[in-house]
Design a protein around this ligand. Structure first.
Ligand code: NAD
Length: 359
């Protein structure tokens, strides 16, 4: 276990079990250099405790990298609650989890993730202040995530064609849910041509009627000839099976962990497909959650979200200059912030913002 922790450069791991409420949870805090760790609480069944441990460590690390490049005064952390096969009382379990979060004194702030819901956050909020994204706290971050993805797509188009207008750009979206649908609406408003897929027939019908989107079967989306493929549904969609099928110039979407494994970033580079790394392009939701709970006004949050495009511009230029895969350069850029001897200017500024808003 310690090797895994050291390899991920994880700073803290907290484990609890409360048989009375069926709570079995792990909280991983990766890095708090830029601020308290913020990350969702996953509530799913795991095949083994080792799977849960690996998941929470990987996710906490991802949050550190995401926050560092989003320029928010937040560290990276994550929680997993091992979902029991038969749950007796959801409220009691999440109350118990809230008390667990509270024991960490604010070094970790929890939020919604796969399997947990807004209502669970309200239950947690009765036990601790260290919870984000409750009803009083900015609400659904998905539209902000979609806006960040839109700007990331614009950066890719700029890099490919030297223009930032999206009129006539062909975009294939996989998954038109909370992020994918508002993204499709914004792209349509800018004159992009959309192809969409989902397993939800009602949403597909809506996208076809409202946005004139062409609908394809889920298995067909990889082959669609397009400028941008936007995965907004599932993780690990860039893998050995799908990579040879891709018929796009760039990949830019909201899904977490799009690359099945690190080396798929290099394989995309080899195929000449631009990749906008997921943890940069999908940071709009994190920016929204982090700043809304500090009562930062909506226009400042929007401004910060639009800066995702600027970060992607910088990344694409650097990857091209260094001849490296964008996914590798993204990791390096985050590590330069997280592990540099002194904090770069922008991060210092953000920490100052935080002090002001806390004052
Ligand atoms: P969502 O559940 O609302 O949407 C996902 C959509 O994908 C759904 O409409 C679902 O029917 C569809 N889908 C499921 N299986 C599919 C398949 N096999 N083929 C095609 N479509 C399929 O989720 P969301 O909140 O829109 O998030 C989408 C992705 O973005 C997820 O990977 C999530 O982790 C990531 N993300 C979301 C946010 C956010 O603010 N919501 C922030 C960061 C990252």
């Amino acid at each position: 276990m310690f090797d895994t922790l050291e390899q991920a450069r994880l700073s803290e791991l907290h484990v609890t079990s409360d048989p009375e409420t069926q709570l079995r949870a792990i909280i991983a805090i990766h890095n708090t250099r830029l601020g308290p760790a913020l990350g969702g609480c996953r509530f799913i069944e795991y095949n083994s405790e080792t799977d849960a441990l690996n998941d929470v460590i990987r996710l906490a690390k991802g949050m550190s990298y995401k926050a560092a490049l989003a320029g928010v005064p937040q560290g990276g952390g994550k929680a997993v609650i091992l979902k029991p096969k038969q749950l007796n009382n959801r409220t009691q379990l999440f109350s118990s989890f809230g008390r667990f979060v509270n024991t960490l004194g604010g070094r970790y702030i929890t939020a919604v993730d796969s399997g947990s819901h807004l209502n669970d956050m309200e239950v947690i909020a009765q036990q601790t202040n260290h919870v984000a994204g409750t009803r009083n706290d900015g609400g659904d971050p998905s539209p902000a995530t979609a806006l960040g993805v839109l700007e990331g797509i614009r950066s890719c188009v700029k890099s490919l064609y030297g223009r930032d207008r999206l009129k006539g750009v062909q975009i294939a979206i996989q998954g038109i849910g909370n992020v994918g649908y508002p993204l499709a609406e914004m792209l349509h408003a800018e004159g992009a041509q959309l192809t969409v897929t989902d397993i939800d027939q009602a949403r597909l019908k809506q996208a076809n009627h409202q946005l004139g989107a062409t609908v394809v079967e889920p298995s067909e989306i990889y082959r669609v000839e397009c400028d941008i493929f936007a995965p907004c549904g599932l993780g690990a969609v860039i893998n050995d099976q799908t990579l040879p099928l891709l018929n796009c110039k760039a990949i830019a979407g909201s899904a977490n962990n799009q690359l099945a494994s690190d080396h798929h970033g290099a394989l995309l580079q080899k195929r000449g497909i631009l990749y906008a790394p997921d943890f940069i392009i999908n940071a709009g939701g994190l920016i929204h959650v982090s700043l809304a709970r500090r009562d930062v006004d909506a226009s400042t949050i929007r401004e910060k979200t639009l800066r995702i495009g600027h970060t992607i511009d910088t990344l694409l230029e650097r990857a091209q200059a260094e001849g490296k895969a964008t996914s590798d350069v993204a990791n390096t850029m985050a590590e330069e912030i997280l592990f540099a001897p002194s904090l770069p200017d922008r991060q210092n500024r953000d920490r100052d913002d935080k002090k002001e808003s806390a004052a």
